[in-house]
Design a binder for this molecule. Structure first.
Ligand code: ZN
Length: 365
């Protein structure tokens, strides 16, 4: 069975705002540079898979924009109307660091539509697994407040649409973007049918969410798992966290589909993270998720591109992920791989991280 690859050039046309990294330009902040969430990292991944030929072994396609009905399952009408009006009027900023230009509403709906299609095609058996290379990203988006470059919560919209169509009931979301998936957590906070698991750097964005003791409420209690990891967490500890906590939690939940919020900002070269993950980390995390999906839900696995801001490194990490998803022998060796492997935690720090993961495992399992 094949791998579906969902993308659209229009997603790379989303943008807006006059930022320098995440600071608004002006005053003493010289304009230039722009937001880190710009088209370049994602476009370079698309270009790399075309250059190596990996694109040719996938079913590449676009998708329709998510409909208003789709969006309304997650976002209130008041937010949709305000966003659409601002988008039609030339763009703006409705939350925190989520500027958009004219037509930004339609591009955000397309990003959600690509995620929805990636989920639908796996659930209908057209492809074994799939990857959505879309933007704007989604995992920070709250129902009525865009933040962290995210305008619509793509994954939540896709899951709710699939549930409404009767295609799936129990879904697990594993979010390994370096930032806490606060939007996804909030949307499924009281829902026992969607297990949300977020691995993230502690005390990174957003500063006020992501603690381990935030476990959901009501019927949803126990169906939200936050795994805050210290800055300087690397390859071995990411895999250890998956093996020790995420995989047992998935087995206990028994999902019918696994969706990964696949950010690449845990890379050691990322300007918005302080972790030391390598290309191999992303490859092996993907392998672990494929193993879990094979064991638990007939291999049904969807990866949705979220953050990741190193223009050089994201394409190689993404290529490794897609090599695993497709099972292709095509390779794109990471030119910085050896340097990264040399920057992994030393024995003393690694022992500290392992002890920390032990404590997290004892808390959750
Ligand atoms: Zn992120």
């Amino acid at each position: 069975m094949s791998t579906g690859f969902f993308t659209d050039e229009r997603c790379f046309w989303h943008g807006g705002g006059n930022y320098v990294l995440t600071a608004p330009a002006g005053g003493l902040v010289q304009p230039g540079g722009g937001l880190p969430e710009n088209p370049e990292t994602k476009r370079r991944l698309r270009n790399l898979i075309e250059v190596t030929g990996l694109a040719q072994v996938m079913e590449s396609r676009s998708a329709a924009e998510a409909t208003r009905e789709d969006l309304l399952r997650v976002h209130p009408a008041s937010y949709l109307d305000t966003f659409k009006a601002a988008s039609d009027a030339g763009g703006g900023e409705l939350g925190l660091r989520t500027p958009f230009g004219r037509g930004g509403y339609e591009i955000a709906a397309l990003s959600a539509g690509l995620t929805k299609a990636a989920i639908f095609d796996v659930l209908s058996g057209q492809v074994q697994n799939s990857y959505a290379l879309s933007r704007p990203p989604g995992h920070h988006a709250l129902p009525d407040w865009p933040n962290g470059f995210c305008l619509f919560n793509n994954i939540a919209i896709g899951i709710r649409a699939a549930q409404a169509a009767g295609l799936v009931r129990r879904v697990a979301v594993v979010d390994w973007d370096v930032h806490h998936g606060n939007g996804t957590e909030a949307i499924f906070w009281t829902d026992p049918e969607v297990l949300t698991i977020s691995l993230h750097q502690e005390w990174n964005y957003p500063l006020d969410t992501g603690a381990a003791n935030a476990r959901g409420e009501g019927k949803g209690h126990g169906f939200n798992i936050n795994l805050p990891l210290p800055p300087g967490t690397g390859h071995a500890s990411y895999l250890e966290t998956l093996e020790r906590i995420v995989l047992p939690a998935l087995r206990r939940f028994a999902p019918e589909l696994i969706v990964v919020a696949c950010g690449y900002d845990a890379s050691a070269f990322d300007p918005l993270g302080r972790m030391v993950a390598t290309t191999e980390t992303f490859r092996q995390m993907t392998r672990a998720m494929m193993r879990a999906a094979d064991e638990l839900c007939g291999g049904r696995l969807v990866l949705v591109h979220e953050g990741g801001y190193s223009e050089m490194h994201v394409p190689f990490c993404g290529h490794a992920v897609l090599e695993e998803l497709t099972g292709s022998a095509i390779r794109a060796p990471d030119p910085l791989g050896a340097a990264l492997e040399a920057r992994q935690p030393g024995a003393e720090w690694q022992a500290h991280l392992s002890a920390y993961i032990d404590r997290l495992a004892a808390y959750f399992l």
